[in-house]
Design a binder for this molecule. Structure first.
Ligand code: NAD
Length: 269
């Protein structure tokens, strides 16, 4: 367990926490002392593995199935969280997916699925969390903020991505969504922050790292010359949710080994 326990006494909800980055974030928040709701879309067994890892380490968690793009399912999830934990202090909007296609072949279904999960899902969950943060206000001794919202974005909120237009549009949307609610909610002592991961080794981008040739091509885009791990993002999320980051709101922290540094210009372009 983390010796600082910076999130002790706080309750967190992480969407898409049965896999990849969301799992890494859930484990890090629990290690810092938070109770964590492990949201998942389909894979109950994987969600239970995350819960068991947390409880085996002395933490507290439960799994809840909800499609973040469905309003009623999101509201049912928050109702169950409030029933069990009383309130929410930290929301991590992490759930996301890709439906890749050449632009001219992209179907409306591919477009809508990605926008609905990646962007509308963040709207639905953030609205429920913000309503509760506004209602409860700052709780003395728990955190300097009434609540914290972390929006999982991507380097593709700034790097265009051919063949992935729906995904890049969803992440660009998250950037302005995050900044706009940060501006609106700051007077309520609510912080809203984005995380922009570069290439993190998870199932979503397996094809980009699971052969030596693919990994070499990927590393040519990463000046720091290594792929990221879910625990890299987990540590950042735990810090951003803590009072050590109390003066940070309305910005995206990129954690990408330098992927946003235009690596093609490293040798004079
Ligand atoms: P992943 O495929 O391992 O995890 C995605 C998670 O989202 C899963 O837990 C899944 O259950 C959940 N999910 C999907 N649809 C859902 C829905 N409708 N409702 C609820 N949950 C749903 O991928 P990951 O790499 O861990 O991705 C997590 C987030 O990080 C995504 O938002 C992704 O865009 C972002 N991201 C990942 C990388 C990377 O390199 N891996 C880079 C930048 C951003």
């Amino acid at each position: 367990m983390n010796s600082t326990r910076s999130l002790s006494g706080q309750s967190a909800l992480v969407t898409g926490a049965d896999s990849g980055i969301g799992k890494g974030v859930a484990l890090a928040l629990a290690q810092a002392g938070a109770r964590v709701v492990i949201n998942y879309a389909h894979n109950k067994d994987a969600a239970e593995v995350t819960v068991n890892e947390i409880t085996a380490a002395g933490g507290e968690a439960f799994a809840f199935q909800a499609d973040v793009s469905h309003e009623a399912e999101v509201q049912a999830m928050f109702a169950e969280m409030f029933n069990r934990y009383g309130t929410i202090d930290i929301l991590v909007n992490n759930a996301g997916l890709q439906k890749d296609s050449k632009f001219v072949d992209m179907t409306l279904d591919q477009w809508n699925t990605v926008i609905n999960v990646n962007l509308t899902g963040q709207f639905l969950c953030s609205r429920e969390a913000a309503r509760e943060f506004v209602r409860k206000g700052v709780v003395e001794g728990r955190s300097r903020a009434a609540g914290k919202i972390i929006c999982m974005s991507s380097v593709h909120e700034v790097i265009p991505w051919a063949g992935h237009v729906n995904y890049a549009a969803s992440k660009g949307g998250i950037s302005m969504f995050m900044k706009s609610i940060a501006q609106e909610l700051a007077p309520h002592k609510i912080r809203v922050v984005g995380i922009g991961p570069g290439a993190i080794q998870t199932p979503i981008n397996k094809a980009a790292w699971d052969t030596p040739e693919a990994l070499e091509k990927l590393l040519s885009l990463i000046p720091y010359n290594r792929i990221g791990k879910p625990e890299d993002i987990g540590k950042l999320a735990a810090w951003l949710a803590s009072d050590d980051a109390d003066y940070i709101t309305g910005t995206t922290i990129f954690m990408d080994g330098g992927m946003t540094l235009y690596p093609g210009f490293a040798d004079n372009g």
